[in-house]
Design a protein around this ligand. Structure first.
Ligand SMILES: Nc1ncnc2c1ncn2[C@@H]1O[C@H](COP(=O)(O)OP(=O)(O)OP(=O)(O)O)[C@@H](O)[C@H]1O
Ligand SMILES: [Mg+2]
Length: 519
């Protein structure tokens, strides 16, 4: 205070006295007639400005006559909630819509101090109570709340230019951290009507997966976490290089290897909302664009099983298509995907999707992550997955021993066990998905202990290994049979051919004999 005032303790006391008078005035002015109120206020302010070196800024909760709560007031409330819980003696608790927790803020007529770059500031909360007890729409009933900021006039520049932005940014950041995150899914366009926007339906996103619980090679996991965090802090960098603040991830790998789990972990790490985009419910590229424009910042837009939701083979050669058709007819899973695609009538095209990733729409909104998942990366059109479009390709593969250790720690609280060595060998020999491992590590009964779970896992992997061996044997047998059949057919063809040749030769000799000419 001494350093700020420069004028010594007397001035400090004067400041406090004036602040006290103003404070008491704010509380009691309602009891004076309005005409008198105006006069008293005018002259007191004049007098005070001679002796009083402070500047005051007021932030109303409902500026103007609107219903809308000022975003600045809300941000200040959040900002002060971290500050005031330690310093204010009287607090009020608020449960704000969409928030995960109660916000504690200083109660009316409380004052706290803040410090910014060595400058001391005072924040006070207050309210005006109108004389008439009329019905009103304002948030706090009839009262009009406001915050008052007070600081020495020599810091005017710093406070108005930097400090206020700092408070608003911090307040917004606290709000983002405290808000309930949402999982959105797109509705069919027939439901996009009415007063409320219904392009997306949402539920509270409360998935427990985190990168700690995700089973994966530790180095790979670290790399992904770093990549995400770097992205989330790179606002200025993206601006500098002139690129939209977006990043694309392609997650690929067999079923049950943690692709969807990783998306949840990403959302939890960055505290982003998740938009699960079901492409088969989107009629065409125009609808796709509308949906994407309607997403919010700080979100992950997910298209799962991209190969099933979009016919990516549009421009391919016919013969390739035929080949694929045969394959689809044979494989039940692929047949279902094809069914999904056909049933959906979706006319979203590859180029529509590419425009969505890096076309013009990307100028609207920022801080978005786009994630595609697929089980068949080799099926995707190269245009879709080229670098720059999908910035990072992440393979999620079968469960390695390192990944198993994460699961054992999560599910059984085990860091080591005598059965680990055996499991390591089995995992190296087989293709076991983390989902299968996780399934077996869950106790099947209330008494199920860690030993039983590990034994169950061993049994399950051994059974799968045996099944795979039998399948391989069967396939080898069928292949051998096929080859045998082919060989026999070729032999037969050859024999028939040579019989034909002999016959031809005989005819030729006969003709020579009869006609005396060589054909
Ligand atoms: N890497 C992993 N770490 C932890 N748990 C996992 C992992 N992979 C799978 N699981 C477990 O298996 C279940 C299924 O995994 P998930 O849905 O993430 O697989 P997926 O790769 O998305 O499969 P699909 O290709 O079928 O969509 C999850 O609920 C989770 O409990
Ligand atoms: Mg999945």
């Amino acid at each position: 205070m001494m350093t700020m005032m420069g004028g010594g303790e007397k001035l400090t006391q004067l400041g406090s006295a004036v602040a006290g008078i103003m404070f008491i005035w704010a509380m009691f002015k309602q009891y004076f007639p309005p005409e008198l109120q105006g006069h008293i206020e005018k002259y007191t302010h004049k007098l005070i400005s001679y002796v009083y070196p402070f500047i005051q800024i007021t932030f109303q909760e409902h500026p103007g006559d609107g219903f809308e709560r000022s975003t600045a007031y809300a941000a200040i409330e959040r900002y002060l909630s971290t500050n005031s819980t330690n310093r204010a003696k009287r607090l009020k608790a608020n449960m704000v819509r969409d928030s995960r927790s109660i916000i504690l803020s200083m109660d009316d007529y409380e004052e706290i101090t803040d410090e910014y770059k060595g400058i001391k500031l005072w924040w006070a909360s207050s309210k005006n109570i109108p004389k008439t007890q009329m019905f009103s729409f304002y948030g706090g009933g009839e009262e009009k709340r406001y915050y008052k900021l007070r600081f020495h006039r020599k810091h005017r520049e710093t406070i108005t230019k930097n400090y206020l932005n700092h408070v608003l940014d911090e307040g917004k950041a606290i709000e983002v951290r405290a808000r309930q995150r949402k999982l959105y899914t797109n509705n069919r366009s027939e439901q996009w009507v009415g007063y409320r926007r219904t392009m997306w339906s949402h539920v509270v996103f409360d998935h427990p997966a985190t990168f700690d619980t995700l089973a994966m090679e530790p180095n790979k996991k670290k790399e992904i976490i770093n990549d995400l965090i770097t992205f989330s802090k790179a606002k200025d960098y993206y601006k500098k290089i002139g690129k939209a603040w977006k990043r694309g991830y392609l997650l690929y790998g067999p079923p049950g290897t943690g692709k969807s789990t990783m998306i949840a972990a990403m959302a939890n790490l960055l505290e982003y909302d998740v938009y699960d985009l079901e492409l088969t419910a989107v009629k065409d590229n125009t609808e796709l664009r509308k949906l994407l424009i309607d997403t919010s910042n700080k979100s992950i837009i997910v298209i799962e099983d991209i190969d099933c939701s979009l016919d990516l083979t549009g421009q391919r050669k016919e013969e390739e298509k035929d080949e694929k058709k045969d394959e689809e007819e044979k494989d039940p899973v692929k047949k279902k995907m094809k069914g999904d695609r056909e049933q959906s009538n979706s006319k979203v095209t590859l180029s529509g999707l590419l425009n969505f990733i890096d076309g013009l729409w990307s100028v609207c909104g920022s801080e978005r992550i786009i994630v595609f998942t697929t089980n068949y990366v080799e099926k995707l059109d190269p245009a879709l997955i080229r670098r720059g479009r999908m910035d990072k390709h992440i393979e999620l593969s079968y469960c390695s021993f390192e990944a198993f250790k994460v699961l054992a720690r999560n599910y059984l609280d085990l860091d080591s066990h005598e059965l680990f060595a055996k499991i390591r060998v089995l995992l190296e020999e087989t293709k076991t998905s983390p989902a299968d491992v996780a399934e077996n590590l869950m106790p099947k009964s209330a008494e199920g202990d860690a030993d039983t779970c590990l034994e169950n896992l061993i049994k399950a992997i051994e059974a799968a290994k045996e099944e795979a061996r039998l399948k391989a044997e069967e396939e080898a047998r069928l292949k051998a049979e096929e080859e045998e059949k082919l060989k026999a057919e070729k032999e037969k063809e050859k024999e028939e051919k040579s019989a034909e040749d002999v016959e031809e030769k005989k005819t030729a000799v006969k003709e020579v004999k009869e006609n005396g000419v060589i054909p």
